[in-house]
Design a protein around this ligand. Sequence first.
Ligand code: KIV
Ligand code: ZN
Length: 515
Amino acid sequence: MSNDKLIIFDTTLRDGEQSPGASMTRDEKVRIAKALERMRVDVIEAGFPIASPGDFEAVQAVARAVSDSTVCGLARALDKDIDRAGEALRPAASARIHTFIATSPIHMRMKLRMTPEQVIEQAVHAVKRARTYTDDVEFSPEDAGRSEIDFLCRVIEAVIAAGATTVNIPDTVGYNLPHQFGELMRTLIERVPNSDKAVFSVHCHNDLGLAVGNSLSAVLNGARQVECTINGLGERAGNAALEEIVMTVRTRQDIFPCHTDLDTTQIVPCSRLVSGITGFAVQPNKAIVGINAFAHESGIHQDGVLKSRETYEIMRAQDVGWSANRIVLGKHSGRNAFRTRLQDLGVDFGSDEELNDAFARFKELADKKHEIFDEDLQSLVTESGLEAGNEWLKLIFLRVCSETGKTPNATVTLWVEGEEKQASATGSGPVDASFKAIEKLVNSKTELQLYSVNNITSGTDSQGEVTVRLQLDGRIVNGQGADTDIVIASAKAYVNALNKIIQREQRAHPQFGDV
Ligand code: KIV
Ligand code: ZN
């Protein structure tokens, strides 16, 4: 059996970010991109540069930061999109432009209001224009899963002739079934006369829970690139989960005629990083990265695993990074070791002041918690998560009284644009009281959309990592906070989210911030 390379194309930063509430800052995207690069992902789709100046800057920043993976930018089949993507990708060591146009009857008629001939013409033009920026051009016939096969073959033949080096077949609305989608892939590869001149790729959405099944069926029928996201993040029900694709191919080498180059031990750390930054918790029973994925509860299973692991386990937990928690630093570690380890994790401090600030927080943490893991360091910087110098608010002090039978109350001191202010409030619980006290000082009028707590590592001395999602006038931000005290972690996360929303709001409406 041949053993081709299966290219892993990660779109967490683009399609993943399209999940409502999963928006990421530029620096957060760079950190995820560095983690993907460490995992040896082949292609990182970093964003959609025409979508907003923030998206453009993020793609550009990822292009600068990453050198081992190809960095890709998405563009509709429009000159302005392609030029913007080409511009954003200029600093990349290896750049790909991914251009797309819809090919299904419903999309062409209702959305594009274009004839099939016009669609082919625009697709060809787009690919040729993208080729003026890079030799690595990917084309997607959007909604291929509901397109007519004869027309799809014509479009694909034309774009390959125009210079597309990868042809991606998306099941945009997650409508296909595995046998059907595999058949589609096989037919396209067989019928398109120049199909040997391009890599065929697959991109499936999970509306019916079939994204991974459909992607793998496409691989068995000739696709040699899979587009996927960490934790299956993505539009609506999400995309195919990277960890499931990669581990299935690896575990079932008796079936798959291909392999990936990924360092699978990076899967769990990467999953945690993405869920921490986006606030999208991983369900406990999620394959590969769920906390229970390798836990055996029933006595029969435990007995079997103790006698021989293979009785109930088809993969080793450490192969996907479950035991990757390493004590990396401790109380006595110096500034240099701290900076170097964070550099390895993709975090570069913009200034000495930022470094000193983070180092001071690290020392504080090391006093409370003796073993500091990579995950602790990640959350230390996630918590600040702001483009330098833009912190409007800072938590200075928090006291919470919580007692059985009594209403909890909190007193909080915030640094608000250089001035210390204090307020107290009661609430239904200590977290509620703290948020109300903060809100008294800030009067942000934001709506709390999500509040979640996770432990970063194991043990009761572990830090609790809190994510708070706030909404204001349709804008959504996630704030993170970590501390060994979860009420303090919650207040930090709330302040972090407020800082981000104020930062955004300030760009749009300079009067905001009159707090
Ligand atoms: O789902 C989809 O069709 C897409 C394309 C842009 C590839 O995300
Ligand atoms: Zn998609």
